[in-house]
Write a protein that binds this ligand. Structure first.
Ligand code: SAH
Ligand code: SF4
Length: 406
């Protein structure tokens, strides 16, 4: 006789979220509910407006969509965002969120990424991630030590912008949190986006492109393409396509002026050496004095910070419409590098300045919370040992320094 095992009661699968989806996906979501083909464009447009203009968190507010269809939407879908696992607010107004993404399968408890908001008087810059971790292994970068790597979906990339605007009260009719420092020009709080968090955006090209199509759409989030900066470690074959298809401002993580050194700092250089990278920059679609390329240069004590390096940098960039962004190295536990001394950075920046590049050093923002960066992670660690692997691996707040102009 065989014993019958009671069938386990499966927990209901969470409803798929519509937040972050593109127009075609929203149309498909309506089509799946049986909405006729001829209505799909109109319905997707209505939903788009609620999602990306109003930041709706509940279907019930979507009054342009009939009650009955709204109910069907709510039955099938959610408007869930990634959970904010932790939030830190700096004295200077910089805000950092640790976001927990929803699970992608039975063995995934939800990867975590960090997202940083940096307000200035005339703009608010959001630094977002394109991947969980990074497959590249730049030796000075904490993200590069992370083992767990996956591409973020386009919706997960967009959702970072949505969560930031939720937390900042940056939707029509909403208000910023009490005492928040936000740009004072009376407009929006998130005006600029930099893809400088975790990951190499050009290794997740299709999703980054789809996400930027959503965030730049004039009927929704409406961030201008010139207010988006994509930072790459130098994936040369994708640079031209990035210019043509994404049209963002380009930032290049250069960090060295000799191949021998760049090979060790940014190992991708062995595949695409400096000369080929700079050629790609010269040919970047739309590059001009009004649309300069930002060259990021992390200041590493005794490694790449000599006056000779500065002069060589200026020589290399000759003829390329360029901005230079000197980034003080942000140390992390176990790193073998140190940040250059302040006088060394000043000397370096003086040489660069005399060559005609304005304001090259960015003051680190959110120093107090950056200092506590490990703390944010280790506190979360105590709560959820299962997440340790991801948390230990470091989260790409390094981009916090590298705010581009524009
Ligand atoms: N993968 C892309 C974008 C993310 S990194 C890239 O490499 O460009 C964003 C910027 O932060 C890059 O210029 C990167 O080199 C820099 N960076 C990484 N680790 C850093 C650290 N510990 N201190 C300062 N800058 C760092
Ligand atoms: Fe990846 Fe950029 Fe870090 Fe290099 S610097 S490991 S490309 S995130």
């Amino acid at each position: 006789m065989t014993a019958t095992t009671p069938s386990p009661i499966a927990a209901p699968a969470p409803k798929p979220s519509l937040v972050g989806l593109g127009r075609a996906e929203l149309k498909a979501a309506f089509a799946a509910l049986g909405v006729p083909e001829r209505e799909l464009n109109m319905r997707a447009g209505q939903l788009w407006h609620w999602l990306y203009f109003h930041g709706a968190t509940d279907f019930s507010v979507m009054t342009t969509i009939g009650k009955e269809l709204r109910a069907r939407l709510a039955d099938a879908y959610s408007l869930a965002r990634p959970a904010v696992a932790a939030e830190q607010v700096s004295q200077d107004g910089t805000r950092k969120w640790l976001l927990r993404l929803s699970s992608t399968g039975p063995h995934d408890r939800g990867a975590e990424i960090e997202c940083v908001y940096i307000p200035e008087v005339d703009r608010g810059t959001l630094c977002i991630s394109s991947q969980v971790g990074c497959t590249l292994t730049c030796t000075f970068c904490h993200t590069g030590t992370q083992k767990l790597v996956r591409n973020l979906s386009a919706a997960e990339i967009v959702a970072q912008v949505i969560v930031a605007r939720d937390r900042l009260g940056d939707w029509p009719g909403a208000a910023p949190p009490d005492g928040a420092f936000v740009p004072s020009d009376g407009g929006r709080f998130v005006t600029n986006i930099v893809l400088m968090g975790m990951g190499e955006p050009l290794y997740n090209f299709d999703n980054v492109k789809a996400a930027m199509d959503v965030v730049t759409d004039g009927e929704g989030l409406s961030v201008g393409r010139r207010r988006i900066t994509l930072s790459t470690s130098g994936v040369v074959p994708m640079i031209e396509r990035a210019g043509e298809e994404i049209g963002a401002m380009l930032a290049i993580s250069l960090h060295a002026t000799r191949d021998e050194l760049r090979d060790t700092l940014v190992p991708l250089n062995k595949k695409y050496p400096i000369a080929t990278l700079l050629d790609a920059c010269r040919n970047y679609p739309g590059v001009s004095n009004a649309k300069r390329i930002t060259f990021e240069y992390v200041m590493l004590k005794g490694v790449n910070d000599s006056p000779r390096d500065a002069r060589e940098l200026v020589r290399l960039l000759k003829g390329i419409p360029a901005k230079i962004n000197l980034i003080p190295f942000n140390p992390w536990p176990g790193t073998k590098y140190e940040c250059s001394d302040w006088e060394t950075i000043e000397q370096f920046s003086e040489i660069v300045f005399k060559a005609g590049y304005a304001s090259p050093v960015r003051t680190p923002r959110g120093r107090d919370i950056l200092a506590a960066c490990g703390q944010l992670k280790s506190e979360t660690e105590k709560l959820r040992a299962r997440a340790r692997m991801m948390l230990e691996s470091g989260i790409g707040a390094e981009g916090i320094y590298a705010v581009a102009d524009g």
